[in-house]
Design a protein around this ligand. Structure first.
Ligand code: NAD
Length: 353
């Protein structure tokens, strides 16, 4: 399995260094034969090539079996005509990575303000309220007058169908409970269609219990009782916001793994951003990216029916749990280790276990 590794901006190089260590250990232990090829995107690519991403990079990613994309300073990239392309958008659109799976769970030793929970947000990734990806040419935010902006949201039957199917398939491997999150009281046509399609797809999965919540109320329900939820399916922007909340409720945004998957390709990518406030300080939690790498191995294992990849994925998750139990973690989840030291601890435990 060849994986393209892109460290990214901010805390990306620190957390990706740990993730690379983890992948190398997994490759050795499970005989995966991983080939990890380092590439660049984001600020470093903008400096070197005049663009945050390049078509040559895209071809390399397409020729590989997976991509690990570090967090990107997307807020800095404002003008596509100057090469400032959002790399997340670029890969999600170009590789048609329509399903963003973001699991969150509590760990007994990580302090939280909620009861134990284990859920997954399944977020549509290629349209919705994202101005940079829902129109073929140009963005979908318009300056109507100097004081008036219109931002368009795109919802299509095809994208609703495929994200609903992905969510029900995932729910079948979990507790068989789907919650549809929407704003159909206001976005009556778009989210009305989203609900209708999710329920129609759900008829093919009679074992799965279905309910739905309006997104604003959902925030309150998730904060009050996240243990009520199992698999949550929603549109792009709502899923982005909700999944940061669920990751933080589990103890830290630094714990939120995330996989962007399509029919052909997949990209592991932390749920969080480039965290410039803590970059370069050796305090970032690497587990979000590490768990995303585990998800990528699992995806590859399922796709190619190679059990050693799914085994390696489970072993990485288990070792993260073990480090958390033993307190060998970064300070955001109650430990006092630096990012690099967490990587070293991981390798020590992983090679023993
Ligand atoms: P952020 O997710 O980078 O950080 C939010 C808060 O969480 C910060 O206080 C940060 O220190 C903390 N945090 C994040 N990751 C952490 C980790 N691994 N360990 C410990 N603490 C962690 O969000 P932001 O500050 O709003 O955005 C910073 C930049 O990242 C912006 O340019 C934004 O556009 C970009 N961004 C990129 C992605 C992506 O690449 N997928 C996602 C979200 C934001």
């Amino acid at each position: 399995m060849k994986i393209i590794i892109i460290p990214g901006d901010g805390i990306g190089p620190e957390t990706m260094a740990v993730t690379t260590q983890v992948l190398e250990s997994a490759s050795a232990k499970f005989n995966l034969g991983l080939v990890l090829e380092q590439e660049i995107a984001g600020h470093s690519s903008l400096e070197k090539y005049g663009s945050t991403v390049t078509s040559i990079l895209l071809e390399k990613v397409k020729a590989a079996n997976g991509l690990m994309l570090g967090p990107m300073a997307t807020y800095d990239f404002k003008d596509e005509s100057k090469g400032e392309i959002n790399p997340s958008k670029f890969f999600r659109k170009e590789l048609d990575l329509f399903a963003n799976i973001r699991p969150s769970r509590t760990y007994p030793k990580v302090p939280t303000c909620v009861k134990p929970f284990d859920l997954a947000v399944v977020r549509e990734n290629t349209e919705g309220f994202y101005a940079d990806r829902n129109i073929e040419s140009g963005g979908s935010e318009m300056l109507i007058t100097p004081d008036v902006v219109i931002s368009l949201r795109r919802i299509t039957r095809q994208c609703c169908e495929r994200i609903a199917k992905a969510a029900f398939e995932l729910a079948m491997t979990r507790k068989k409970h789907i919650t549809i999150v929407h704003k159909a009281n206001v976005l009556k046509i778009g989210d009305g269609m989203f609900i209708e399609i999710c329920k129609a797809i759900g008829q093919n999965y009679p074992q799965v219990q279905i309910d739905d919540f309006i997104v604003d109320a959902m925030m309150a329900h998730v904060v009050r009782a996240p243990e009520r939820f199992d698999t949550i399916v929603t549109t792009n922007m709502f899923g982005d916001i909700l999944s940061d909340l669920t990751a933080e409720l589990s103890g830290s945004l630094g714990l939120g793994g995330s996989l962007n998957a399509g029919e052909q390709y997949a990209m592991g990518q932390a749920a969080h951003g480039s965290a410039p406030d803590i970059a370069g300080k050796d305090i970032a939690n690497p587990f979000s990216l590490v768990l995303s790498a585990a998800m990528l191995l699992n995806w590859h294992g399922q796709k190619t029916t190679q059990v050693q990849f799914t085994d390696a994925s489970k072993a990485i998750e288990k070792c993260v749990g073990l480090l958390i139990d033993s307190g060998e973690v970064t300070r955001d989840i109650g430990g006092n280790l630096g990012t690099k030291a967490v990587g070293d601890s991981f390798v020590r435990h992983f090679s023993k276990g």
